[in-house]
Design a protein around this ligand. Structure first.
Ligand SMILES: Cc1cc2nc3c(=O)[nH]c(=O)nc-3n(C[C@H](O)[C@H](O)[C@H](O)COP(=O)(O)OP(=O)(O)OC[C@H]3O[C@@H](n4cnc5c(N)ncnc54)[C@H](O)[C@@H]3O)c2cc1C
Length: 466
């Protein structure tokens, strides 16, 4: 490549190419099928380095990807071109306890933010698996256990530093460059590389009640009825749960699990969830734990380096959960007997009142949705056709769950393995569904900040004409 040596000499940061030691680590991602064999992986030290990497990729015509925490199952943080990897020099957190703000580098993982903030008795909305990256999770919206109280991660973003396609470093907040600030709150990586997020923090008690409670499949319908009634009665902002209708692991029959959260003591939590706990679990691991352990509870189910197909769907809140859950369980059992995948299907029941109290056009994120269901199929081998089979199996599971409005056929963007279009194509139809009425405004922004579509991963926005 003509100018690579000159670029390497000038670049503020580190560069890894395929012949260098550490290359396989540099392209590694949480999901093995999200890995692409990049020609160049850059680790910029500062915003100037980020701008240099963008300029070089444009100069030599290499496609560009941004890596935050590397958890996109769609491969949105990978490319066979040039990667701007923030995980080395933008992995940093500073807490200002007086202003109750966290200054978070664009390549930081949630665990670091939680640990730093809780030392001051503070917390914010972050992902429920603490090795997930802040970068992708925030720019795509961001749900977490505290969403019932504080909304999405983007609802707590007060400022961002963004390096745009022309290499400018821009401060975006509600007063400065507010159009860009609007776009990066839900619009993904379409407008630039966020090197720093400034997040609101809130007083948080040091311990919470949380953990897995496992039920026998015979109790599934009773449990689903009780869960639905809890959900429809309107949980308080201190409550949230994941209702795992079926989670299969190789060698074990599918399990039915409640992953409970109560922002209070164990005594308060058990009292709050008494109706559900009285159904009689076969194992109860829920207990009072330090807040910083909350988002470790699921880590063992979300290990790095496996193949994944993942999809989020929104379902109407009063759909027939008991009937659907039973049929979904049977289907997971059938998949399990085929021995091809581990399968996980869960309703993420974070109270949505706070999220949906923000007007739909206040940020780029599409609001108004209720029951968020995540379906995930995992496998370890590289058998040809397995991805297509996983996708087809997920579709069957989602159809069994039912009640997906076709206008919402693209669910939560950050849970979509389908985010990334096939090489060289732009699946604009999916972006239009994801962003809904906010899409035209996003197109205007794209024309302003990235008319040449340098940032063309995840749900790609095409620039407005003219
Ligand atoms: C195990 C697991 C648990 C999860 N739990 C949750 C959860 O509780 N709540 C939730 O809302 N989501 C959750 N997710 C989904 C998660 O939000 C997405 O996978 C998200 O993309 C992760 O961000 P990342 O930085 O690790 O991803 P990456 O793969 O690094 O990036 C994903 C996308 O974000 C862009 N991006 C990353 N960093 C930046 C940046 N600094 N500036 C601009 N663009 C950037 C990338 O370009 C890419 O398009 C989970 C995912 C996994 C795998």
């Amino acid at each position: 490549m003509a100018d690579l040596e000159a670029f390497k000499t000038d670049f503020r940061g580190d560069i890894i190419t395929p012949s260098d030691p550490g290359y396989e680590d540099a392209i590694f991602r949480w999901s093995r099928n999200g890995i692409r064999r990049a020609q160049i992986v850059t680790f910029p030290k500062d915003e100037t380095g980020v701008a240099q990497a963008i300029a070089y990729s444009r100069q030599v015509g290499l496609p560009l990807a941004i890596r935050g925490g590397g958890h996109s199952a769609s491969g949105a943080s990978s490319t066979d071109g040039l990667v701007v990897d923030l995980s080395k020099y933008f992995d940093r957190v500073r807490i200002d306890p007086n202003k109750k703000l966290a200054y978070v580098g664009g390549g930081t993982l949630w665990g670091a933010v939680e640990k730093a903030a809780i030392q001051h008795g503070l917390a914010t909305v972050g992902g429920t698996v603490n090795h997930t990256g802040c970068g992708g999770l925030i720019v795509g919206g961001g749900y977490g256990w505290l969403s019932g109280k504080y909304g999405l991660a983007i609802d707590n973003l007060v400022q961002a530093t963004v390096v745009t396609a022309n290499g400018s470093t821009i401060t975006a907040n509600s007063a400065e460059n507010s159009d860009l600030f609007w776009g990066i709150r839900g619009g993904g990586c379409n407008f630039g590389i966020v090197t720093e997020f400034v997040l609101k923090l809130y007083p948080q008690r040091r311990t919470v009640y949380a953990g897995f409670v496992i039920f026998s499949p015979e109790k599934l319908e009773t449990l689903a009825t009780a869960v639905q009634s809890w959900w429809l009665n309107g949980p308080t902002e201190n409550e949230a749960m994941m209702f795992v209708q079926a989670a299969s692991q190789f060698g074990q029959p599918p399990a039915v699990i409640l992953n409970l959260f109560y922002n209070g003591s164990e005594e308060e939590g058990r009292k709050n969830y008494k109706t559900l706990l009285d159904i009689g679990p076969i194992a109860d691991m829920s207990k009072e734990i330090p807040f910083e352990k909350l988002n470790e509870v699921q880590n063992h189910l979300a290990v790095h380096g496996r193949n994944n197909y993942e999809k989020g769907t929104y379902h109407s809140p009063n759909f027939d959960l008991p009937g659907r859950a039973a049929r979904t369980y049977e289907l997971v059992k059938r998949f399990h007997e085929m021995g091809k995948f581990e399968t996980f299907i869960a309703c993420e029941l974070f109270p949505m009142g706070k999220v949906n109290s923000v007007p739909n056009d206040a940020t780029a994120f599409r609001r108004g949705r209720r029951t968020n269901v995540i379906t995930n199929l995992t496998w370890d081998d590289d058998e040809p056709g397995k991805y297509a089979l996983a996708k087809e199996s997920a579709s069957q599971l989602i159809a069994t769950m039912g009640d997906v409005n076709p206008a919402e056929a693209v669910g939560y963007g950050n849970y979509s393995s389908d985010a990334l279009p096939a090489q060289g194509t732009i699946a604009e139809d999916r972006s239009r569904i994801l962003f809904d009425s906010n899409y035209p405004r996003l197109q205007e922004l794209k024309r302003k900040y990235d008319p040449d579509m340098v940032f063309n991963k995840w749900f790609v926005v095409t620039p407005a004409a003219g």
